[in-house]
Design a protein. Structure first.
Length: 141
């Protein structure tokens, strides 16, 4: 009998069982993880002096030299569509395209259907625009 192989197999079984137990129930919801459990857009970009991080509804500016947090600003709250009646529940998280681009003293943030233009390094909102809704191809019979 090869006892080292049996012990190795038993150890692997125990490790896999412990991992499955820690993972939680199959098909269950996992608790939020990541940056402060925020849901929504995420990304990062930088320029020669600063790093800009988008996490959920916040933009954070870090100095590259020492990664010190310099400033935090909130994205503007999305406005509800005018053709829908007001709902008492909170708005759903932003879905859709997202991204950041920094350069020439500007930071552009794409969050869902909105494009925001901030000046850098003060992170002052300069302009915002709603992107047009995509038109789907029409199918004919």
């Amino acid at each position: 009998m090869n006892i080292p192989k049996i012990l190795l197999n038993l150890a692997l079984v125990f490790i896999l069982a412990a991992g499955a137990a820690l993972a939680g129930p199959p098909g269950g919801m996992m608790p939020p993880h990541g940056f402060h459990g925020l849901m929504g857009p995420a990304g990062m970009t930088g320029d020669k002096e600063n790093l800009y991080i988008l996490a959920g509804p916040k933009i954070m500016e870090y100095r590259l030299a020492d990664l010190k947090l310099m400033k935090t600003v909130d994205l503007p709250k999305p406005t509800p569509p005018k053709d829908k009646e007001a709902r008492p529940c909170p708005p759903p998280p932003m879905h859709g395209p997202q991204g950041l681009w920094a350069g020439n003293g500007s930071l552009f943030v794409l969050a869902g259907p909105m494009l925001y233009h901030y000046s850098t390094p003060d992170l002052t909102l300069k302009n915002q625009a709603e992107l047009p809704k995509p038109e789907f191809p029409k199918t004919g019979k």
